[in-house]
Design a protein around this ligand. Structure first.
Ligand code: ZN
Length: 644
């Protein structure tokens, strides 16, 4: 049994060792001393042949005493040193950086100024074996040493689709490509890793039974210096601070990944310059895939071509780090099943919330608005209306298309307000659903009144209250008078057609800012990226075209609440990529309209005539409701609602 460990010892000693540089051999000597206690007594100017002899002698000592443990550890580290090719003399002897809490690594690579060679040691392997490092099953002694090393899992940003659970490598740095270098410059980093036995079991189970949950997968995560920096690494000039928390995935320009020298297809690379818009790469997608053999050493090579400039500072290029991670994966189908299964929230309660928010918050735009029944991503009628509980708007989007758009660019943004949403906070809006079920398919939108009432433009469908009110007789002259009364009371009444609504316009302009460094860009389900213009919520377009003087469909109840994003990210991650409406737009609250009033001017004259002028302003919603209920009961207001 024990023969397995020493099987290709002679190759290692006679082929691998002599190929190494003096600098690397010195590192080998260090490893020998650290792990076996053998002091090689190197001179400061040791000749290479002497160095090789001393290292061979030390290894022979291990061989003679059958010290498998030390041999396996030292050999693995030597191979990692050989693969890393430190070019900058002197750096090898610097203490490795701590990688933000990651233990110091023997395979830290200094920035390299040229393409790295491939692994120097490429001993032909007997067919059917997995390579020299196949240590599993070589006896109880060596089994104890075959346990792969423990790595510190970085705090990668989670996603509904993946949950990082275990690291299989350090945070490995890709050799830099400076912004001044040619776009053809290619640099790579090779990393050796082992699949722990328990991980192999999980992977095998996932493969043999696709219905088992969760599924497991080995993924390559990559981050740029915009979001991750090892401790001790100075920030480039002007670079923002990083927390190394909730690190989003970002790949360099033209990344390539090889698993055991086979190309891993790399399609989903994210949006240019948008951290957090790409999934982690499935390295099992190479033609041969991962070899599930205990103790086998696999190799991942990541490379990039050409510099990746820092946004807005093209004179700097980003650095990149990557880590191999075991993930629990959730498929899109499973996520869709979960969303489809969401019970609708209580419609009446949702409506009441709308009313209350509108009544309590001075910043809310008052007036009617268009509420689109179409999904902003697909343009199709919404089937399962969802939104986040953190969204301040009633406007929903469709569960299926939202997932579809997150498949290749998993940003999980609200298609309307561009907030980054948490999957667990997504709800199926019962009120929106009630509108969908009440309105036939040939209607694309309804009008939402500020009190929460809705109706179709032609008045055929609407909440019971709205239909009741608007079915009342309305002589022209008194109706006009009533309208005047309303507009006097409400500075934002839709009847004030000539007054540009500056506050709201400003919000729209901010939202539709097409600066692609800052604006979230929504991925279309067909894979095309919407440009800045399309990323403008479609409901704005709908409202501005169909009802030019109406307030936009999205009543953003959170315009003045600048803490939301920070809440969602523990306040530690800069939300640079998710621009939101500025606080300034909140200063355009409606003076004097502490409570929303029916915006419609179609109230019957008898209704208006019976309200003392001074009380128009002072009735609260409940009183309005009581008032109309009383009128309805008395037969003064006609019509039946077809609402809920
Ligand atoms: Zn939203």
């Amino acid at each position: 049994m024990a023969a397995g460990v020493w099987d290709d010892y002679n190759n290692f000693i006679t082929s691998f060792i002599p190929k190494q540089t003096i600098l690397k051999l010195r590192l080998f000597a260090d490893k020998l001393t650290v792990h076996s206690g053998i002091n090689l007594h190197l001179k400061s100017q040791e000749r290479k042949s002497d160095l090789v002899d001393k290292i061979r002698t030390a290894f022979n000592t291990l061989r003679k005493s059958d010290n498998q443990r030390a041999y396996l550890i030292i050999r693995r580290e030597c191979e990692q040193i050989a693969a890393n090719n430190p070019r900058h003399r002197g750096l090898e002897f610097m203490p490795p950086p701590t990688f933000g809490g990651v233990p110091s690594s023997s395979n830290f690579t200094a920035p390299s100024s040229s393409r790295q060679p491939t692994l120097a040691y490429s001993q032909p392997r007997p067919a059917g074996t997995s390579g020299w490092n196949q240590v599993q099953g070589v006896g109880a002694t060596s089994n104890a040493y075959s346990h792969p090393r423990q790595y510190i899992l970085q705090d990668w940003r989670e996603s509904p689709m993946w949950k990082p659970i275990k690291a299989l490598s350090h945070m490995e740095m890709l050799p830099d490509i400076q912004s001044s270098e040619s776009s053809n410059t290619r640099r790579e980093k090779r990393v050796h890793f082992q699949l722990p036995n328990d991980v192999i079991e999980l992977l095998k189970k996932s493969k043999s039974d696709p219905r088992s949950r969760p599924q497991y997968s080995i993924r390559l995560f990559c981050a740029s210096s915009e979001w991750f920096r090892p401790q001790g690494l100075a920030a480039p000039p002007g670079a923002p601070p990083v927390t190394n928390r909730s690190i989003p995935i970002e790949y360099p320009s033209s990344p390539d990944v090889l698993l055991d020298d086979q190309v891993v297809p790399f399609k989903e690379r994210g949006l240019r310059g948008k951290a957090g818009s790409a999934p982690p790469l499935d390295i099992d997608k190479s033609p041969r895939g991962l070899v599930m053999m205990p103790g086998r050493m696999a190799t991942v090579t990541m490379s990039h071509t050409g510099p990746t400039p820092v946004s807005k500072k093209k004179e700097f290029s980003k650095k990149f780090w990557f880590q191999l991670v075991v993930c629990e994966m959730t498929s899109m189908e499973d996520l869709l099943t979960r969303l489809e299964a969401l019970p609708p929230t209580n419609a009446a309660a949702e409506r009441e919330k709308l009313r209350k928010l509108a009544a309590e918050d001075d910043d809310i735009e008052v007036g009617s608005s268009a509420l689109s029944l179409k999904d902003p991503l697909s343009g199709m009628r919404i089937a399962k209306p969802i939104r986040s509980i953190r969204c301040g708007h009633l406007q929903c989007f469709d569960a299926r298309w939202w997932l579809e758009s997150n498949k290749s660019h998993p940003q999980w943004l609200c298609p309307h307000c561009s907030k980054e949403l948490k999957f667990e906070e997504v709800i199926c809006d019962g009120y929106f659903l009630s509108i969908l079920s009440a309105v036939p398919d040939d209607y694309d939108e309804v009008t939402l009144e500020s009190n929460g009432d809705w109706h179709t433009a032609d008045g055929k469908y609407g909440t019971a209250e709205w239909v009741a009110k608007n079915a009342a007789p309305k002589p022209a002259a008194t109706a006009a008078a009533a309208a005047t009364t309303v507009s006097l009371k409400r500075s934002r009444s839709p009847s004030m057609q000539g007054t540009p609504d500056k506050g709201k316009r400003r919000a729209i302009e901010i939202l539709s800012d097409s600066d692609d460094d800052d604006m979230p860009i929504l991925a279309q389900p067909n894979g095309h990226h919407a440009n800045g213009g399309v990323s403008q919520p479609s409901s704005f377009r709908a409202s501005s075209s169909a009802q030019p003087q109406a307030a936009p469909a999205v009543i953003d109840l959170t315009l003045s609440d600048s803490d939301d994003d920070e809440d969602e990210s523990d306040g530690l991650v800069p939300q640079r990529n998710f621009q939101r409406p500025g606080v300034e737009s909140s200063s355009h609250g409606v003076a004097g309209s502490t409570a929303p009033r029916p915006a419609s001017t179609a109230l019957g004259s008898d209704v208006w005539d019976s309200i003392p002028f001074s009380s128009v302003r002072d009735l609260d919603d409940e009183e309005w409701g009581d008032f109309f209920n009383a009128r309805q009961a008395n037969g003064n207001v006609n019509g039946n609602g077809s609402g809920h």
